[in-house]
Design a protein around this ligand. Structure first.
Ligand code: NAD
Length: 339
């Protein structure tokens, strides 16, 4: 009813991997209370993973198929890149894009459900009134994805998925991308058994720049297969980060660079601890950034666990943002903060 409309717009942030009946319920609540709804698709241009199989385009298509024309007339979409280590930039990107769609000085609400600690971001927008939806029938995208990737067919698999989305999900199950993710899912399931609960590990990564190019590796191991990672090594007892990186670079890329030379090329370092950065265990990356001033490039060759080692042009890093494993693109963005 027109007289129940409270806000000019409501903002709904999510990953929607996939869009389920709990999300549909939130859309209905938002549209009852506001003239329009801005759906913010997070994790834009992240590489496809077990946790996030579908691209923003696929997610928008799923959402559009699940909603009515009358609902869609009031809905606009925004796609936002994660900025895991630059929260302020993530937040201001959302505020800017919402204001572009809605206009300035409008009454805006944020809708969502504080389900667990990962929902902290709902409290980052105090200028917008918060609309808590409550939990809709315990529907959960993670549970759906687990059953989706499991081999045996579960009759209830699609119970919490809007009917119009089901054909897309069934077709996707026959795709080459599904096959790749399914292999990663299986590997994760069998690796999980060997991981100690509460285990935490620190790894050292190196971001190496040389003449406007960056040095990346593609590992052979299944989880990051086909995707760019930063060279790394696990620090050994008594080993400094510089020693560890010197060793890791030699093992993974054939780059022979002494600890002393690394100290001369050192620019900056950071610690990166996004909770989901490693799907198996808590893993903290201590990354050091170096600029090697050497022309031509130092020679590199793939080590025994590496499928490819590659110098990638600075500008191409942004074009290839969806080709990075885990949070490596966000780590690079943190070092190149102004971009
Ligand atoms: P989601 O799709 O899991 O959930 C979207 C919303 O729906 C949430 O409010 C959630 O609580 C709600 N919801 C889910 N199931 C529900 C149910 N059964 N009943 C009622 N409500 C339900 O998405 P998400 O993971 O919360 O999405 C957050 C997005 O924001 C991600 O893309 C994340 O990467 C991004 N993010 C980025 C940063 C950063 O880059 N700095 C920080 C925080 C969040």
């Amino acid at each position: 009813k027109q007289n129940s409309i409270i806000y000019d717009a409501t903002v709904f942030i999510g990953r929607f991997q996939p869009f389920h009946k709990g999300h549909v319920n939130s859309v209905k609540i938002a549209l009852r209370n506001s003239k329009q709804l801005i759906i913010v698709l997070g994790s834009y241009r992240l590489s496809s993973s077990v946790r996030g199989p579908w691209s923003a385009e696929e997610r928008i298509a799923m959402i559009q198929s699940a909603l009515s024309q009358a609902q869609l007339k009031k809905i606009k979409f925004i796609c936002i890149r994660d900025r895991l280590y630059n929260e302020e930039i993530w937040k201001s990107n959302i505020i800017n894009e919402v204001e572009k769609k809605v206009g300035f000085g409008k009454s805006i609400a944020l809708i969502g459900h504080e389900k667990d600690s990962s929902s902290y971001y709902l409290r980052l927008f105090p200028q917008w009134n918060f609309m808590e939806t409550g939990n809709y029938q315990d529907v959960n995208a993670t549970d759906f994805r687990i059953n989706y990737f499991l081999e045996h067919y579960k009759k209830s698999l699609y119970d919490n998925i809007p009917e119009k989305i089901i054909p897309f999900l069934q077709k996707y199950k026959k795709s080459a991308n599904f096959k790749v993710l399914k292999a990663k899912f299986n590997a994760l399931e069998s690796l999980k058994v060997h991981i100690k609960k509460g285990a935490e590990k620190t790894v050292c990564n190196a971001l190496i720049m040389c003449g406007g190019y960056f040095l990346f590796v593609k590992r052979k191991e299944i989880l990051s297969q086909g995707l760019y990672s930063l060279p790394e090594a696990n620090p050994m007892p008594q080993e400094s980060y510089f020693d560890c990186i010197s060793r890791g670079l030699k093992e993974e890329t054939g780059l022979n660079i002494s600890t002393e030379k690394l100290r001369d090329c050192y620019k900056k370092e950071g610690t990166f601890d996004y909770a989901e950065r490693n799907p198996l265990e808590k893993s903290v990356s201590h990354t050091l950034f170096f600029e090697i001033k050497e022309i031509p490039f130092p020679k590199v060759t793939a080590g025994k666990n590496i499928a490819e080692v590659e110098w990638v042009l600075y500008d191409d890093v942004y074009l290839k943002e969806n080709c990075f494993y885990s949070d490596f693109f966000q780590i690079i963005q943190w070092f190149l903060r102004n971009n």
